[in-house]
Design a binder for this molecule. Structure first.
Ligand code: HEC
Ligand code: HEC
Length: 482
């Protein structure tokens, strides 16, 4: 019923994308891992789950505060710790333009968004979106594309620009443009009369260096994501994810859930990472980030992406070998896969338990699947056979026109997004010093994030609006305990 067919609401003024407003499983577990108890369970939940306090399984970290997302999973080997440490330093170091007197970490650009992974994913957390029209874009980037003239359902790269606006460049190469955002306030009311305000963003791109952008340009704003537990998500068996898919909505609950198949004509591999599940593995996501966000070539992407007409980019100096070796790419990937999930806080608080009940009652769990058991990671035993609580099905859902970017991405339509994992979400403020949520950071906290839900999540949102204030607050407190 809320079927996610491509929707092309393309009547956009040039360069402007307008986003109009558009347990009852009480997992009562003991702190000690020796005894655990599950009082009740939904049908998709196992009857005996190890311990909900430790959402990342045995590797769960106990750190809270600003470094909560930055620690290695507990129990990794010394060898893995070494790779983690090198990967960590690659992640944080600013790259420089080649040729440079240093021997490593050179080859930045020619076009790029920032100089290090860590400057978007600060403290391994989510990026900080611009708050006003004059704010620079750092942790938020704009993907772009344009419908193919021959087949308007197909998105292609934008002539002269490619698929992402790179707002920075090395000396002598013009940067592509400067993204800007402005927010319009939308107001609404809960059933009990309390009012709320949401921010609806509009994006523009100024200082275009390579000619006008097409009138039917599609813009997809994407905030840098928080990076905990990625190795665990990578290890969930594909069959377990597909078991939750219901593309035809056979159970008629208004919720479909579609896999994003990334191969030609809807074939493997299955997408898991990114806001639209458009990358199949942590390794491929890392290599794509290196090239797209920083202009670093790797054995996976050996050539710079200088587009036609980007003459200075094409002529820029380039090293003989790829700018990052396979060995370093694997260390960076080990770092990304091994960042541990922080343990839950206050999970036995009666209000949190009430909120958990509401979460299931109003069917948030239909997409934010509480738990999975991971399969086997041949390299990292700490990721293998773990009961984890990521609160995502990693599938795509139509979230309505208000959140739509109208820019299909592989099999994801312009209205579909991957269910965002909720683990660690209560620590976003401590780590990133802001509370901005959703794919473009428009929501100020959990309440606003829920209020933007629509499409397949419309009924959950409407139930939320009808809840008594006490239950709304309990639900938010539960989400923030994750
Ligand atoms: C310019 C900002 C920026 C930089 C620099 C950047 N990222 Fe990201 N990162 C993002 C955005 C935006 C997303 C979401 C991408 C999407 O939805 O397609 C993301 C997503 C990811 C993800 C997937 C997370 C998930 O939950 O699915 C990983 C892994 C990642 N980045 C790793 C890296 C690494 C490693 C580097 C450095 C090589 C890096 N990123 C540099 C912005 C950035
Ligand atoms: C139909 C599937 C679906 C249902 C039902 C659903 N969600 Fe979501 N949720 C999503 C998707 C998809 C996103 C990512 C949307 C985006 O970024 O634009 C998301 C994002 C979120 C976020 C922001 C996460 C982040 O990292 O920024 C929160 C918080 C959240 N949901 C909580 C809830 C709660 C609470 C409920 C129940 C009231 C709920 N969701 C119901 C699919 C769903």
């Amino acid at each position: 019923m809320f079927k996610s067919k491509q929707s092309f609401f393309s009547r956009r003024p040039s360069l402007v994308a307008i986003y109009l407003g558009g347990l009852v499983a009480f997992l009562l577990v003991s702190v000690a891992s020796t005894s655990s108890q599950v009082v009740a369970s939904t049908s998709s939940q196992p009857m005996s789950i190890a311990n909900a306090e430790y959402p990342g399984g045995q590797g769960t970290v106990t750190q809270v505060g600003g470094r909560a997302f930055s620690l290695p999973a507990l129990g990794i080997t010394d060898e893995q710790h070494k790779a983690f440490t090198v990967g960590n330093s690659i992640f944080r170091t600013n790259w420089v333009q080649a040729p440079a007197s240093v021997t490593t970490l050179q080859g930045l650009g020619p076009l790029f968004n920032t100089r290090s992974c860590g400057s978007c994913h600060q403290q391994d957390g989510r990026g900080s979106p611009p708050r006003s029209e004059r704010d620079e874009f750092v942790g938020l980037l704009l993907r772009i594309s344009v419908p193919d003239a021959k087949d308007p359902l197909r998105m292609i790269d934008v002539p002269g620009y490619g698929d992402q606006i790179q707002s920075q460049s090395i000396l002598g190469v013009p940067a592509e443009g400067t993204p800007r955002v402005s927010y319009k306030e939308i107001t609404g009311k809960f059933s009990d009369g309390e009012t709320f305000t949401l921010l609806s963003p509009t994006y523009t791109i100024e200082n275009l260096a390579y000619g006008d952008l097409p009138k039917n340009l599609r813009i997809s704003p994407r905030l840098a994501q928080q990076l905990v537990g990625l190795g665990l998500l990578d290890t969930i068996p594909e069959a377990a994810l597909l078991a939750n898919a219901d593309p035809e909505d056979r159970d008629s609950n208004g919720i479909s859930g579609r896999p994003n198949w990334l191969g030609p004509n809807g074939t493997a591999p299955l997408g898991r990472f990114g806001w639209k599940a458009n990358k199949p593995s942590v390794l491929e996501q890392d290599a794509a980030a290196l090239l797209g966000d920083m202009g670093i070539t790797t054995p996976l992407h050996k050539n710079q992406e200088c587009r036609e007409g980007q003459v200075a980019c094409q002529k820029a100096f380039s090293l003989k070998d790829t700018e990052m070796s396979m060995q370093d790419l694997l260390r960076l990937t080990a770092y990304m896969k091994l960042l541990g999930v922080p343990k839950r806080r206050g999970f036995l608080d009666p209000e949190v338990l009430q909120g958990e009940k509401v979460f299931h009652q109003i069917q948030c769990n239909q997409c934010h699947t509480p738990s999975f058991k991971t399969g086997v990671d041949p390299e990292f035993s700490v990721l293998s056979n773990q009961w984890i609580f990521p609160y995502t099905d990693l599938l795509l859902h139509d979230m309505g026109q208000g959140l739509a970017d109208d820019r299909p991405d592989h099999q994801a339509s312009g209205r579909e997004w991957r269910t965002a994992p909720l683990w660690g979400i209560g620590l976003v403020h401590d780590v990133s010093r802001h509370d901005r949520l959703l794919h473009d950071g428009r929501a100020r906290g959990v309440k606003e994030a829920i209020l933007w839900h629509d499409g397949e999540a419309k009924s959950a949102k409407e139930e939320f609006i009808k809840l008594p204030k006490k239950d709304r607050e309990a639900l938010i407190k539960f989400v923030n305990s994750l």
